[in-house]
Design a protein around this ligand. Structure first.
Ligand SMILES: C[S@@+](CC[C@H](N)C(=O)[O-])C[C@H]1O[C@@H](n2cnc3c(N)ncnc32)[C@H](O)[C@@H]1O
Length: 382
């Protein structure tokens, strides 16, 4: 039976020789694999590719080893001095032979190193303690992991995901009224915010901005970081009512109360406060579907004066150059949340242009796995 290109879902292949098809068939042959692993000129490459492939095959086990190490608090337990397997085993109520297996696995993953017959934290493990937010991120992966258990059901939209319930605020303003829920997501967001703020501040300058409005600003961690760097900047935070008390407390604690204003509301239903010459959307767009993003960008445009600046910062897809963080991790995370998507900078630029923005720029960040940035201006002169 012949298939048309639309039936197979593939673009019509060009007739004649296809180098990629030849290459793929060659590599896919067991005989070639066996030859490549023995032949002197291909042996090293073949070993490297084999290791890469094995890492893909077994990555979920590595993540679970990491999760166990973090959740059993072994990072702290092994930070200062080597620990014997028996001490760690009795501390965690795990049989010794299994604790030995966990320590060996953590050592193989370079989280631990063997010291004096015991195990101690290695530099990579120690970095986990120092990177803000990463431990909270790992610990909430038990939820994400269950959502990924059947990736095909997830892809088909047949799965009721737990992450959608973990972050219920994205469904609408009303559902974030529960302070306990608001507190749970706000803490995780705020803990990881310092890296996002650091990367954003390193990438763009806020010079010349007099008042910055941070929409979906959470508990104010981003504004606190920007305010510390720009001491004359006035700031407004706009978010759902449930997060206002924590933001107020943060601004008070940082001595920022006289430079900040908190406005509670929902960008789905309320107009954004006016008076800012720049509006930031930090890790907000990827939570929402295109129609919400379109409406939000239109509100941002309406609230800005002529010449006003839009700043978007969040993890993004690599677009034509897919990246692991944006196109695997965050794309599947957003899929499990069921409301938004990781968009490429080019797609965000397109949506900003549709909303009427000009001078759209995509400055490169040093660590795109933390965040990427798009900036734009409302036409006209201030
Ligand atoms: C992923 S968090 C990001 C928080 C903060 N910008 C950061 O990067 O840490 C998204 C934020 O958008 C807020 N948000 C969601 N829906 C909203 C709405 N309809 N109106 C206002 N804020 C909303 C949430 O309360 C939350 O603080």
């Amino acid at each position: 039976m012949t298939h048309t290109s639309s039936e197979s879902g593939l673009a019509r292949a060009p007739r004649g020789f296809s180098w990629r098809r030849w290459r793929n068939r060659k590599i896919a042959s067991p005989a070639f694999q066996s030859w490549a692993s023995r032949f002197a000129l291909t042996r090293r490459h073949s070993k490297r590719e084999g290791e890469k492939l094995f890492d893909l095959v077994s990555g979920f086990v590595y993540s679970q080893v990491l999760w166990a190490v973090v959740d059993l608090d072994l990072l702290t337990a092994t930070c200062d001095a080597p620990q014997s397997v028996s001490a760690l085993a009795s501390r965690c109520r795990i049989p010794e032979d299994r604790m030995q297996a966990l320590c060996q696995a953590a050592t193989a993953l370079e989280l631990f190193e063997r010291v004096k017959g015991g195990y101690q934290l290695a530099p990579l493990g120690a970095a986990l303690i120092g990177v803000p937010g990463v431990i909270g991120m790992i610990q909430h992966h038990d939820v994400f992991y269950r959502d990924l258990e059947d990736p095909i059901a997830l892809l088909r939209g047949e799965k009721e995901t737990e992450l959608a319930r973990f972050w219920p605020y994205v469904f609408g303003a009303g559902s974030a009224e529960n302070p306990e829920v608001a507190d749970r997501y706000s803490r995780l967001m705020a803990d990881s915010q310092s890296l996002v703020a650091e990367e954003t501040l390193r990438t763009i300058s806020f010079d010349g901005i007099r008042r910055l409005l941070d929409v979906g600003g959470g508990t104010g961690a981003f504004l606190a970081a920007v305010g510390a760097r720009y001491p004359d900047l006035k700031m407004t935070l706009f978010d759902l009512p449930a997060v206002a008390p924590a933001a107020e407390a943060r601004f008070l604690d940082r001595g920022l109360s006289d430079r900040t204003r908190i406005v509670s509301g929902s960008f789905r239903d309320d107009p954004l406060p006016e008076g800012a010459d720049a509006i930031s959307l930090i890790r907000v767009l990827y939570d929402h579907a295109d129609e919400t993003v379109r409406a939000l960008l239109a509100s941002v445009h309406a609230a800005l004066p002529a010449g006003g600046r839009l700043i978007v910062s969040e993890p993004m897809s690599g677009g034509d150059q897919p990246q692991r963080a944006g196109d695997a991790y965050f794309a599947f995370y957003c899929m499990a949340m069921q409301t938004g998507r990781a968009r490429s900078a080019a797609r965000i630029a397109e949506l900003a242009q549709e909303a009427g923005f000009v001078e759209i720029e995509i400055p490169a960040t040093r660590r795109p796995f933390i965040t990427s940035v798009v900036t734009a201006r409302k036409p006209g002169v201030a």
